[in-house]
Design a protein around this ligand. Structure first.
Ligand SMILES: Nc1ncnc2c1ncn2[C@@H]1O[C@H](COP(=O)(O)OP(=O)(O)OP(=O)(O)O)[C@@H](O)[C@H]1O
Length: 625
C-alpha cells in the first residue's frame, strides 16, 4: 500500500509518457466524440450557440474598426467641439456594436444552458446500456471494472464540463479571430506580435493538463480502494459486522492508508501545475510588454498613425482577454478531453464485450444439455476453475452438483446457463452449440435462483414480478401462486401495504426483511419466472425447516418435464436426484446416484457420513475432529 507508482491493484498503464504534441494531436480525437454527442443530444441548441458566437465576432470586428474611425476624428486638427461632434456618429456605431455583442453573447449562454444536461442524459444512458449489455465475465475483469469506474466517476462529470468549455472556447476563438482581423486591417505587423503573447500560456496549459491526467491515471485504482473502504463505513449492509468484529479501527486505518496517498499525490500534482502555470504567466507578461514596445516603435517610425496605435491598444486588450479565456478553456479542455476519451474508451471496451444479439432461437424446452470437456478460467486469472467437465442433463431429470466450497459448482451452473462461455470444450443444447444460439432466447429458457439474490429496491410485487417482468398476470394469480409455493405470502401479507410495500429502508415508508424472508421472495421470483431449465444454487440455505420443505415440494412438482440443476451442501436434499456430480477443484471426481456414490466409499460417502453424524450430535462430531 505504500508504493503509489505501482500498487498491486494498479491495472491501467497511465499515459504520463505522452509528449505535448501527442496530447495536442490527440485532442481532436478526444473531443470529437464529445462533439458528436452534442450533435446527437442537442443539435439545434449547438447550431444556435455557434451562430450567435459568429455574429458576436462580427460585432466585435465591426466595433474595433469603427473605434479607429472615432479616434481618427478625435485626433484630427481643429477645435475640440468640432472634433467631438465629427466623432459622434462613429461613436454611436461603436456603442451599438458593443451592445449587440453583449446581447448576442448572453443569448448564446442561454442556448448553451440547454446543451450540457441533454448531453449528460444521453451519455448517462449509454453508460447504463453498456453496463447492461456486456457479458457477465466483464464484471470479473478488474481492468473493465477500472475503466467503468473511471468512466462513471470522472468521464461523465468531465463530459458535461467539456460541453460548456467547448461553447466557451468557440466564443473565445471567434472573439480572438475578430480582434486578429481588426489588427490585421489596422496593420499586418501587429498580428504576429500579438500571437507571441499566447505561446507561453499555451505551453503552461498543456503541461498542467498532462500532469493532472497522468496523476489521475496513477490514482484510479487507489481512488476505487478509497471508495470501497468508505462504503464499508457508510453502507448499511456491512455496518453490523464491522461493529460485531470490532473492525472500525482497521477500516479507518485502511481508509487512511489509501486516502493519505491520494492526498499527497494530489498536493504534489497541484503544486507542479501551479508552478507550470506561474512560469507561463510570467513569460506571457514579458511578451505583452513586448507588444507595447513594438507599438511604440511602429508609432515612432511613423508606420502607423496615432489613431491606429490607439485602436491597436484597445484591440490588443480585447484579444488578450479573449486569448486568456481561450487558453483557460483550452487548458481545461486538454485535461477534460482526456477523461472524456476514457469515457469513450470504456464504451468501446464494453462494445467488444457485448453479448452477441444473433443466433438461432434456443429450443422451447431443451431435451438434452451436454457439456463436453469444459474448462473455464476467470479473466485475469491463470488457473482454471473448471477442467475437463463432461456432463449431460436431460429434461425431466434432476441433477445435483455437490462438492466443497470453491470446487466450482456455481461457475459450472453459470456455464450451463450460458452466462459464462467455456474457455475450452463445448456446451450444446439439443446438439446446437450454445454460442450459436441467441443469448436472449437461451436466457428466456432459464430460471436461476442464485446464492445471493438481488434485493430489488422496489415493492414486494416488483421483487417477484422481476422474475419475468413482461409476463401477463392482470389478477396477480401467478404471482400469488408462486408466493404460496415459496411461503413468501406469509412474508408479504403482514406488510403495511401488502404487495405494494417498498422493500428497502433507503426511502421513507420502506421496510426491510430478514435473510430467510428475502430468500422466500427470491424463490417466489424464480417460480414466477416459470422456465424449462431450473438452476437452483443453494436456494434453501437461509430458510427455516418449514419453508425449506415447502420449496422442495414446489421444486419436485416443477421438475416434471424440466431440466433441474440443484446445487446444495445438504446432501440429504439430493438423495432422490437422478444423478449426482461431485466436484473437486474444478473436476468431476465422482458421479452416480446417491446409493451408488455411498457404495463407492469415496468423497461423497465421507461427506455424507460427516453430515449424518452432525445431524445426530453436532457437538460430538466437533469433539472428534
Ligand atoms: N469472479 C471470480 N473471479 C475469479 N475467481 C473466481 C470468481 N468467482 C469465483 N472464483 C473462483 O472460482 C472457484 C470456484 O468458485 P465457485 O463459486 O464456482 O465455487 P462453489 O463450488 O460454488 O463454492 P461454494 O460452495 O462456496 O459456493 C473458487 O476458487 C473461486 O475462488
Amino acid at each position: 500500500m505504500t508504493d503509489v507508482t505501482a500498487p498491486y491493484w494498479r491495472l491501467e498503464t497511465p499515459t504520463d509518457q505522452m509528449g505535448p504534441w501527442q496530447v495536442v494531436r490527440g485532442l481532436p480525437g478526444a473531443l470529437g466524440p464529445a462533439v458528436q454527442l452534442i450533435r446527437q443530444a442537442a443539435p439545434r441548441a449547438a447550431w444556435t450557440v455557434l451562430t450567435l458566437h459568429l455574429l458576436a465576432g462580427v460585432a466585435t470586428t465591426y466595433g474595433l474598426v469603427a473605434t479607429a474611425g472615432v479616434l481618427e476624428r478625435l485626433f484630427a486638427a481643429g477645435p475640440t467641439g468640432t472634433r467631438v461632434a465629427a466623432a459622434l456618429p462613429a461613436l454611436a456605431l461603436v456603442v451599438l456594436a458593443l451592445a449587440a455583442r453583449a446581447g448576442l453573447e448572453i443569448t448564446a449562454t442561454l442556448a448553451q444552458a440547454r446543451i450540457a444536461p441533454a448531453v449528460r442524459r444521453l451519455a448517462d444512458e449509454r453508460l447504463v446500456a453498456a453496463g447492461l449489455s456486456v457479458e457477465l465475465t466483464a464484471f470479473d475483469d478488474p481492468r473493465f471494472l477500472d475503466r467503468m469506474f473511471r468512466a462513471r466517476d470522472r468521464g461523465l462529470l468531465y463530459l458535461q464540463r467539456v460541453v460548456d468549455n467547448l461553447a466557451e472556447a468557440v466564443g473565445a476563438v471567434l472573439a480572438v479571430t475578430a480582434a486578429a482581423i481588426s489588427l490585421t486591417v489596422l496593420h499586418p505587423v501587429l498580428l504576429p506580435v500579438l500571437l507571441i503573447t499566447v505561446l507561453p500560456d499555451g505551453w503552461a496549459a498543456l503541461r498542467a493538463a498532462r500532469l493532472g491526467y497522468a496523476s489521475n491515471a496513477r490514482l484510479v485504482a487507489l481512488n476505487r480502494r478509497v471508495a470501497m473502504v468508505t462504503d464499508l463505513a457508510t453502507e448499511r449492509e456491512p455496518a453490523a459486522e464491522v461493529r460485531a468484529t470490532q473492525a472500525s479501527d482497521s477500516v479507518l486505518s485502511r481508509y487512511r492508508q489509501a486516502a493519505d496517498l491520494v492526498r499527497d499525490e494530489e498536493i504534489e500534482v497541484a503544486s507542479a501545475q501551479v508552478r507550470a502555470r506561474a512560469r507561463g504567466r510570467l513569460l506571457a507578461g514579458v511578451a505583452l510588454g513586448g507588444v507595447f514596445a513594438a507599438l511604440w516603435l511602429l508609432l515612432h517610425a511613423n508606420w502607423i498613425p496615432l489613431a491606429v496605435a490607439g485602436t491597436a491598444l484597445i484591440a490588443t486588450r480585447t484579444a488578450v482577454a479573449a486569448l486568456a479565456r481561450l487558453v483557460r478553456t483550452a487548458d481545461q479542455l486538454f485535461e477534460q478531453g482526456l477523461y472524456v476519451a476514457d469515457f469513450h474508451a470504456f464504451l468501446a471496451d464494453a462494445g467488444t464485450r457485448t453479448r452477441p444479439a444473433t443466433g438461432a432461437a434456443a429450443p422451447a424446452v431443451p431435451q438434452r444439455i451436454e457439456l463436453s470437456d469444459v474448462g473455464f478460467r476467470y479473466p485475469g486469472s491463470s488457473a482454471s476453475v473448471l477442467r475437463g467437465v463432461n456432463l449431460t442433463l436431460h429434461a425431466g431429470q434432476t441433477v445435483a452438483l455437490v462438492g466443497e466450497n470453491g470446487s466450482g459448482k456455481t461457475t459450472l451452473a453459470k456455464v450451463v446457463a450460458g452466462l459464462y462461455r467455456p474457455t475450452t470444450g463445448s456446451v450444446t443444447w439439443d446438439g446446437t452449440e450454445l454460442a450459436e444460439l441467441h443469448p436472449e432466447s437461451v436466457a428466456d429458457r432459464i430460471m436461476m435462483v442464485l446464492q445471493d439474490p438481488v434485493r430489488w429496491p422496489d415493492s414486494a410485487r416488483v421483487n417477484v414480478r422481476m422474475g419475468r417482468f413482461d409476463r401477463a398476470d392482470p389478477d396477480d394469480s401467478a404471482l400469488r401462486r408462486a408466493a404460496r409455493q415459496a411461503l413468501a405470502d406469509e412474508v408479504v401479507d403482514p406488510l403495511p401495504a401488502g404487495w405494494d410495500t417498498l422493500l428497502t429502508t433507503a426511502f421513507q415508508g420502506g421496510v426491510d426483511l430478514s435473510g430467510g424472508q428475502w430468500q422466500r421472495i427470491a424463490v417466489a421470483r424464480g417460480l414466477f419466472r416459470d422456465a424449462p431449465v431450473l438452476i437452483w444454487d443453494e436456494p434453501t440455505a437461509p430458510l427455516d425447516a418449514r419453508a425449506e420443505y415447502a420449496v422442495y415440494e414446489a421444486l419436485r412438482r416443477l421438475a416434471v418435464g424440466r431440466t433441474v440443476v440443484l446445487i446444495t451442501h445438504r446432501l440429504a436434499s439430493v438423495r432422490n436426484c437422478d444423478r449426482i456430480y461431485l466436484l473437486h477443484e474444478g473436476e468431476i471426481v465422482e458421479q452416480g446416484s446417491h446409493q451408488e456414490l455411498l457404495a463407492r466409499g469415496g468423497r461423497y460417502a465421507e461427506l455424507s457420513l460427516l453430515q449424518a453424524r452432525m445431524a445426530e450430535d453436532p457437538w460430538l462430531s466437533l469433539q472428534h475432529r
